[in-house]
Design a binder for this molecule. Structure first.
Ligand code: ATR
Length: 287
């Protein structure tokens, strides 16, 4: 195959694979982390055609690549690739059903992980200073992005998680998959959603991509609510604008989650924990 990857450097090699990929900020984030430890790394963006994922990953591994990040639309295929023996999956990747980080070991095996959920949790708890423990959460959407964040939120002690989705059966499926003695997990349609405020409202739909707003009623927002959009853009998303316009105390986009999930990937690969706040600031300026 024409080489998708640059194997000429002697430094440890990393890449993010997706389609499209030109917009990815992962190279800048990982290079900023590496500078904190005076590490020299190669980190490139690689666009892979639909159907070419498995071949691309095997090729990268065979040439001594150290680690990959995987983004839309390949996280499920990455999960499949890592499910094949002798590769391994972390428990959180198993719960998410998706892999966004692969570490290639010297013995030829690979470990698949998912750092999205922990990235979001750190952004909410450490960066925004909002504790999840005991809180009522409204999670909007029931696709792969939402599946990836539920376990860390439940483990952080969320008091209640209500999943609302256009296709209500998908919300019900997730609610039963993550059913748990310590946390009340509910599924709802938009029409039947309780008319009461939630502490944390997370938009995990792809609606923001098209500038659309999920059909939520205003009563789910209160002054103390944190509104969190997993998407990010150079300007506040329509969801953030809607939440702020209806009195949410705080609204955040997913750029902090992007930087925090990258920090966790960096830790998996290098066993070093980068400082994220200045990197988030730097990446925000690029937007
Ligand atoms: P991802 O892996 O990014 O989560 P996905 O699995 O295609 O992508 O899920 C997209 C989510 O956004 C779904 O919950 C979808 O609702 P449906 O399951 O009913 O399709 C939701 N979604 C997308 N566009 C939407 C819109 N305009 N309004 C409300 N929900 C929307």
């Amino acid at each position: 195959m024409t080489d998708l990857f640059d194997f000429s450097s002697q430094s440890k090699r990393f890449a993010v694979i997706g389609n499209p990929i030109a917009h990815s900020k992962s190279p800048q984030i990982h290079q900023a982390f590496a500078r904190q430890f005076t590490l020299t790394i190669e980190y490139q963006r690689t666009q892979v055609d639909p159907g070419g994922f498995h071949q691309a990953v095997s090729h990268f591994a065979a040439h001594g690549g150290s680690g990959l990040n995987i983004t839309v639309p390949f996280k499920l295929e990455a999960f499949d690739w890592c499910s094949r023996l002798p590769n391994q999956l972390t428990e959180r990747a198993g719960a998410a059903g998706a892999v966004n980080t692969i570490k290639f070991n010297k013995d030829g095996t690979a470990l698949g992980d998912n750092t999205d959920g922990v990235g979001m949790l750190r952004d909410i708890e450490q960066n925004a200073g909002v504790e999840v423990s005991g809180k009522s959460l409204l999670v909007i959407g029931a696709g792969g992005a939402v599946r990836g964040i539920l376990q860390p939120l439940i483990e952080a002690g969320a008091g209640e998680v209500c999943i609302v989705n256009r296709t209500v059966q998908k919300a019900r499926d997730l609610a039963s998959l993550f059913s748990n003695d310590d946390c009340r997990i509910l599924a709802s349609s938009y029409a039947q959603l309780d008319k009461r405020p939630f502490d944390i409202i997370i938009n995990g739909t792809s609606a923001s991509l098209g500038g659309d707003l999920p059909p939520l009623h205003n009563e789910c927002i209160a002054e103390h609510s944190l509104a969190y959009d997993m998407m990010y853009a150079s300007r506040p998303t329509v969801f953030m604008a809607w939440a702020s316009g209806h009195g949410a105390g705080k609204s955040l986009d997913g750029l902090g989650m992007l930087v925090e999930q990258a920090a966790e990937s960096f830790y998996i690969w290098h066993d070093k924990k980068p400082v994220t706040a200045p990197v988030l600031e730097e990446i925000r300026q690029l937007n």
